[in-house]
Design a protein. Structure first.
Lengths: 285, 278, 253
């Protein structure tokens, strides 16, 4: 089939436009369907009753997911509490202290850490972390503490790689200037490099948060399944993601709609977090 | 009383060294546990036999097959879409509102957590389009999920091809498409392949998006509409239902080793590409 | 003596954003001659070349006014097929840019685009082109070697051979010998002198000695304007404009 070459180029261009638009199409579909299924319940039961409601018993008409919203934020901040210091330290080490050989060794190690599936983290958490907490600290072990630890480890690669990128993009001259004034390495990092890389590091934290709040499999394996707001770090909990994952398989009717409403809330939270993070990264540039 | 800054400096340096060491050791410990605990149960039979008694006995062949089918088919769909989008964004337009909107779409897709992909795939493919829990529903869902990664890495790879190579091609009377297919893409293939490998790794380890779209049938999927398991799903069910710790460890070993091999392959391809051009 | 005009440039204006690079240039290039475009950096010579082969189409923000006629046809006409045009016009850039493939495949790239598949034909074209670029003897035993392994001078001759493979009517060379060793430079100059029998050649160069050596006609450009144009012999012995004289004598540039 011989086409007029100019027409062929036009044809190719339009095919590629269609391909590019497909991403928008998919995004649209995803938003549409989750909203489509999730919004009606807000209308039927009331926004307040869902977001602020404390009782989740969907088969009896109670769709309160407030405890899960709180729990999601708790595990996210818990993960950040554990993962951010470790992650930032590693990033600083990688960018300011380590030599080429260490870098070549550490970078693949990080990617591998990032590649380990969520279910494996959850599994190991159940086998090792949960009993550890149960035996040495208290409670059943299925707890906010366990979840924070495992999630903290899981978001390490995200925090490390983005903070690292941010740190290395601080111009060498900044450091040299500081050294020239007699500062030690740590003083330089603390007073010059870190402030300069601040928005990128913050962005990495927010992206880490986004990752943690969206985590599902590891969380449902080690967080327990309590429908109450945890009052101590040893209490079990259920997150928004857990709510969906644990009940979707057998939910019907309004129950299923309730899970979609949970999905809507989760989607909105994640979109806001991503937007903040991307906005932060763009400001840095 | 001020602490001598030289002392702080040394202290911090030691602390950071320790920190890095600690992080790496987490990885080592994880891999070590899985290897030691799983290795005794992984043998030829484990890989090629079918599960019996809900997975308590036998092997994991159907879930290995399911994983391979899901990953390969998803790549088959996502690669043309993703590379095509990347080509469009880099070669066929200049930066405009339109491209900004598309990039926004891609970045947003990238940020959606896998459970929401599972939710979407469930309501859209499984229920509304009546595919039921099936390989097809799983493939379509995973395709959308890995699309942003492929677009991103392909775009980077294509942008890395020097501009003057394109100019040479044009000056030799090539059209834009001819230049793309004969000069740009061949040079960009290593980067694109790396992105594909990374996506495969992600698809292999995915559970939440898969279990609600592909289902969890223990049977070997022989058609697109069959349900099936991936290794990750099988592993999850074994662990959660407490069916068999041994088989769980074995499955996790095969799973993690597969991902490790895929990552190593990706690294190898990337390094080969770097050495080719320097 | 009436000579055929191959390329007629009429009141060409080129601007990038607000920056005028060529200010109403008119010059006639005669068939089967080597015409030199000389002048210091920023004089607009490279932009002029990029209009002739329509490579300027790939620059954003380029504004073009005026006409360029090749064999009587205005190639700046919206309808004119730029791809076909570039088949007739070969271009050699300042830096040699081999494609990351074998020597053979570099040369065969163009002919393949035009649909030539016959292996015997292709091999003939490769050999013929490399001979005309005075490179054949050096590479004939290693045609499947990567072109990236050649020296700079060899790569540039490869680039020349690459354009020859399409049997062009016109060849444009933009400072082709900058950075090359004297032997490679000499070989390229010899090749051009041979090629002008069948091909109209435009040589852009800031090297006045090179222009004096091999061109038949010379045009001196300065800051986007054509200052003087005529036979090389006349321009270099009795230039009419003071600027031309200063440039040739190396007082600036």
């Amino acid at each position: 089939m011989i086409k007029n070459p100019v027409r062929k180029e036009q044809f190719v261009k339009w095919v590629l436009v269609a391909f590019a638009l497909s991403s928008l199409l998919f995004l649209f579909l995803i938003f549409m369907f989750i909203l489509f299924e999730g919004l009606p319940l807000f209308h039927k039961v009331g926004l307040k009753n869902i977001i602020m409601g404390s009782k989740w018993a969907p088969t009896k008409g109670f769709f309160g997911i407030y405890p899960m919203i709180v729990s999601s934020f708790f595990v996210t901040f818990g993960a950040l509490f554990i993962g951010a210091p470790m992650g930032l330290s590693c990033a600083i080490y990688l960018s300011e202290y380590s030599g080429k050989r260490m870098k070549m060794f550490l970078k693949p190690a990080l990617e591998l850490l990032a590649g380990i599936p969520s279910v494996v983290y959850g599994f190991l958490g159940v086998i090792y972390i949960v009993p550890l907490i149960r035996n040495y600290i208290g409670g059943s072990g299925f707890s906010l503490l366990a979840t924070s630890i495992i999630l903290g480890i899981m978001i390490l690669p995200t925090i490390i790689s983005i903070s690292f990128d941010s740190l290395v993009s601080v111009p060498k001259t900044y450091r040299e200037g500081s050294f020239a004034m007699g500062a030690t390495k740590w003083q330089t990092i603390y007073k010059v490099v870190l402030p300069a890389a601040r928005s990128g590091i913050l962005a990495s934290f927010i992206l880490g948060m986004g990752r943690a709040i969206g985590e599902t499999m590891a969380v449902i394996m080690i967080a327990g399944n309590a429908l109450r707001i945890p009052t101590s770090i040893l209490d079990p909990l259920r997150t928004l993601t857990g709510n969906i994952a644990l009940e979707l398989a057998y939910a019907t009717g309004d129950h299923r709609l309730g899970l979609f409403s949970t999905g809507v809330v989760l989607l909105i939270i994640i979109m806001i977090l991503n937007y903040i993070a991307n906005f932060g990264i763009k400001r840095k540039m | 009383m001020r602490i001598n800054p030289r002392f702080t400096n040394k202290f911090v340096q030691i602390g950071l060294n320790f920190q890095a060491f600690f992080t790496v050791s987490i990885l080592v410990i994880i891999v070590a546990i899985i290897c030691f605990k799983g290795l005794p149960y992984v043998n030829f039979e484990f890989i090629f036999a079918y599960p019996e008694d809900m997975g308590r006995l036998g092997g994991i062949f159907p879930s290995i097959a399911g994983t391979i089918l899901l990953a390969l088919l998803s790549i088959l769909f996502a690669t043309p879409l993703g590379v095509g989008t990347a080509i469009f964004l880099t070669e066929y337009t200049k930066e405009s509102l339109f491209t900004k909107i598309i990039r926004f779409g891609v970045e947003s897709l990238a940020g959606i957590p896998s459970i929401l992909y599972g939710l979407f795939g469930f309501i859209f493919f499984v229920i509304k389009l009546r595919m039921g829990w099936s390989l097809l529903a799983g493939v379509l869902t995973i395709t959308i999920m890995i699309l942003p990664t492929i677009i991103r890495t392909s775009e980077e790879a294509i942008k890395a091809v020097p501009r003057n190579l394109r100019m040479v091609s044009y000056s030799l009377s090539a059209t834009k498409w001819e230049t793309v297919t004969k000069v740009v893409l061949p040079s960009a293939i290593p980067g694109i392949l790396t992105g594909i490998m990374l996506s495969v790794g992600r698809a292999v380890g995915e559970t939440a998006a898969v279990i609600f779209t592909m289902g969890s049938s223990l049977r070997l999927p022989t058609s697109l509409m069959d349900s099936g398991r991936t290794m990750a799903v099988h592993f999850y069910i074994l662990a959660r239902e407490g069916i068999s710790m041994e088989k769980a460890y074995g499955t996790s070993l095969v799973l993690v080793v597969s991902i490790l091999l895929i990552n190593v392959l990706a690294y190898y391809i990337m390094n080969k590409a770097i050495s080719k051009y320097s | 003596m009436t000579m055929n005009i191959k390329i007629a440039i009429k009141e060409l204006r080129v601007a990038f954003a607000q920056n005028e690079v060529l200010k109403s240039v008119s010059v006639d290039v005669y068939k089967n001659t080597i015409t030199g475009f000389m002048g210091p950096s920023g004089s607009g010579k490279s932009s002029l070349i990029s209009v002739i082969n329509r490579m300027i189409d790939f620059e954003e923000n380029a504004g073009i006014k005026g006409e360029v006629h090749i064999d009587g046809q205005n190639i700046l006409d919206g309808d004119h097929n730029a791809v076909e045009l570039r088949r007739r016009i070969g271009t050699v850039f300042a830096v040699p840019i081999p494609l990351p493939r074998s020597i053979y495949e570099n040369i065969a790239y163009g002919p393949r685009l035009r649909g030539i598949r016959d292996r015997i034909m292709l091999h003939y074209i490769v050999e013929d082109s490399l001979k005309k670029a005075f490179l054949w003897d050096e590479v004939k035993d290693r045609l499947s070697m990567s072109a990236l392994k050649l020296s700079g001078g060899q790569q540039q001759r490869l680039c020349l051979a690459r354009t020859l493979a399409l049997k062009p009517e016109i060849i444009l060379l933009d400072e082709p010998c900058s950075g090359l060793d004297p032997i490679s430079t000499a070989k390229i100059e010899d090749a051009l002198s041979e090629l002008k029998k069948d091909i109209t050649i435009i040589l852009v160069s800031n090297n006045t000695k090179q222009i004096a050596r091999i061109t038949d006609f010379s045009a001196f450009f300065y800051l986007g304007e054509l200052i003087e144009y005529g036979t090389t012999e006349r321009l270099f012995t009795t230039p009419t404009m003071k600027k031309t004289e200063d440039y040739i004598q190396g007082k600036f540039g």
